[in-house]
Design a protein around this ligand. Structure first.
Ligand code: DC
Length: 210
């Protein structure tokens, strides 16, 4: 079974998707980490981030790997923490908007999600990567709450940088942020992680019983 969890930055996707996967004993696939990894490698190699063809070639040649312990690798380097740096946050939307890059990534995501039970987190999972997912959830949260969560994740970030960051990411991700028509929307603004996980688990149990 595939559980697709989509939504904007700061809506709580990663925390919820990880906790849900753990609770259900499903695998967890973080597709944002794949775009981040490619961006990190492209920057390291000094590639032109406007060159869609070169980036798609790089994505094909250097697949992102996830180890059993949840660490992220590309080109033989463990980049689990480097991909969360602010410089990567800033550039990843530039890389992720190229269609040839998305084609390579989506194909790989489908392969990684093919066998067994998996929770897949991203922006376009319920719409494009796994339109047949058994359960589709679209998480949202108020902008103020999303900003608070962002500060908790990136304590060093200043107020201006934070506001620009969320606005720019929302704008550049907007085209891919449409919920699937059959997705269940959950507003996480006033909910605890456990409550959100409970709700999604209930949807999974309903689907399994059907
Ligand atoms: O969820 P995140 O912040 O780690 O995502 C990083 C970037 O990748 C963000 O700009 C959105 C983009 N992304 C995407 O375009 N499609 C996905 N399936 C996942 C992430």
């Amino acid at each position: 079974m595939v559980v697709a969890i989509d939504g904007p930055a700061g809506a709580g996707k990663s925390t919820v998707a990880r906790a849900l996967a753990e609770r259900l004993g499903f695998r967890y696939l973080d597709t944002g980490a794949m775009y981040r990894a490619l961006t990190w490698l492209a920057m390291k190699r000094g590639l032109d981030l406007g060159d869609a063809g070169a980036l798609a070639d790089l994505a094909r040649e250097q697949p992102v790997l996830f180890s059993e312990d949840g660490r992220v690798w590309i080109g033989g380097t463990d980049i689990t923490s480097s991909i969360r740096e602010t410089r990567v946050d800033r550039m990843v939307p530039v890389v992720a908007r190229h269609h040839p890059v998305r084609e390579v990534m989506r194909e790989r995501q489908r392969e990684l999600g093919r066998d067994g039970d998996v929770v897949i987190e991203g922006r376009d999972i319920g719409t494009v990567v796994a339109p047949d997912a058994a359960v589709k959830v679209f998480l949202v949260a108020d902008r103020e709450e999303r900003a608070k969560r962002r500060i908790a994740e990136r304590p060093g970030i200043g107020a201006d940088a934070l506001a620009t960051d969320l606005r720019l990411r929302d704008e550049s991700d907007a085209a891919r942020m449409q919920p699937a028509p059959d997705a269940t929307e959950i507003d996480t603004t006033n909910l605890e992680v456990e409550d959100v996980v409970d709700r999604i688990e209930a949807l999974v149990r309903e689907r399994s019983a059907a």
